[in-house]
Design a protein around this ligand. Sequence first.
Ligand SMILES: CC(C)(COP(=O)(O)OP(=O)(O)OC[C@H]1O[C@@H](n2cnc3c(N)ncnc32)[C@H](O)[C@@H]1OP(=O)(O)O)[C@@H](O)C(=O)NCCC(=O)NCCS
Length: 154
Amino acid sequence: MVIREIEDEDVDAVIAVWQRAGLTRPWNDPHEDIAFARRTPTATLLVLVSDDGIVGAVMVGHDGHRGTVYYLGVDPVQRGAGGGRALMEAAEAWLRARGIWKLNLLVRESNDAVLGFYATLGYGDQECRVLGRRLDGRADRTPLGGDSPSSEGA
Ligand SMILES: CC(C)(COP(=O)(O)OP(=O)(O)OC[C@H]1O[C@@H](n2cnc3c(N)ncnc32)[C@H](O)[C@@H]1OP(=O)(O)O)[C@@H](O)C(=O)NCCC(=O)NCCS
C-alpha cells in the first residue's frame, strides 16, 4: 500500500470510500470540502492506494498553532490491515514537517467504536468541550444550556 497526496482524478474514489466508511453527512458537501482543503496552503488530503485503487483517505491541516485531521476513513473490506494507522502516521509526519507539534481531532459522540483505534495510536482525551458556531447563518446545534439539538454538526 502507498500513501500519497490526492490528485484530481482521485476525488470521486475518495468520496466513495468516505461514503462506505460512513463519514459523509447531508450538511457537508464532500466535493466542496475537498476543493477547499486543496486550495488551502496549510491543508491537504492523503490517499491510501492498494492494488484495488483508493481504499482510504484523510484530510489533514493546521491553523498556525495546532494540527487536525478530518474524514479519516478506510474501506470496510480493507480494515485491520494497518491502513488507518498508516494514514494517521502520514498525517502526523505531514504536520511535523511543517513545524506543528500537536494534533487535536474530533470524534463524534456517536462514534465510540473508534476510540480504541485512537488509543492504540497514543491519542488521549484532552478534557475539553468542543464549541462551535456556524458562520454561514444556518442553524447550529444545541445552544449552551439548551435542550433542542438540531441535526447539523461538524
Ligand atoms: C478508524 C479506521 C480508519 C481504522 O482503520 P483500520 O485500517 O482498520 O486500522 P488499522 O488496521 O491501521 O488499525 C491500527 C491499530 O488500531 C487497532 N484498532 C483498529 N480499530 C480498533 C478499535 N475499534 N478498537 C481498538 N483497536 C482498534 C488495530 O488493532 C491496530 O492495532 P495494531 O497496530 O497494534 O495491530 C476505520 O475503522 C474506519 O474507517 N472507521 C470508520 C470511519 C471513522 O470512524 N473514522 C474516524 C472518524 S473520527
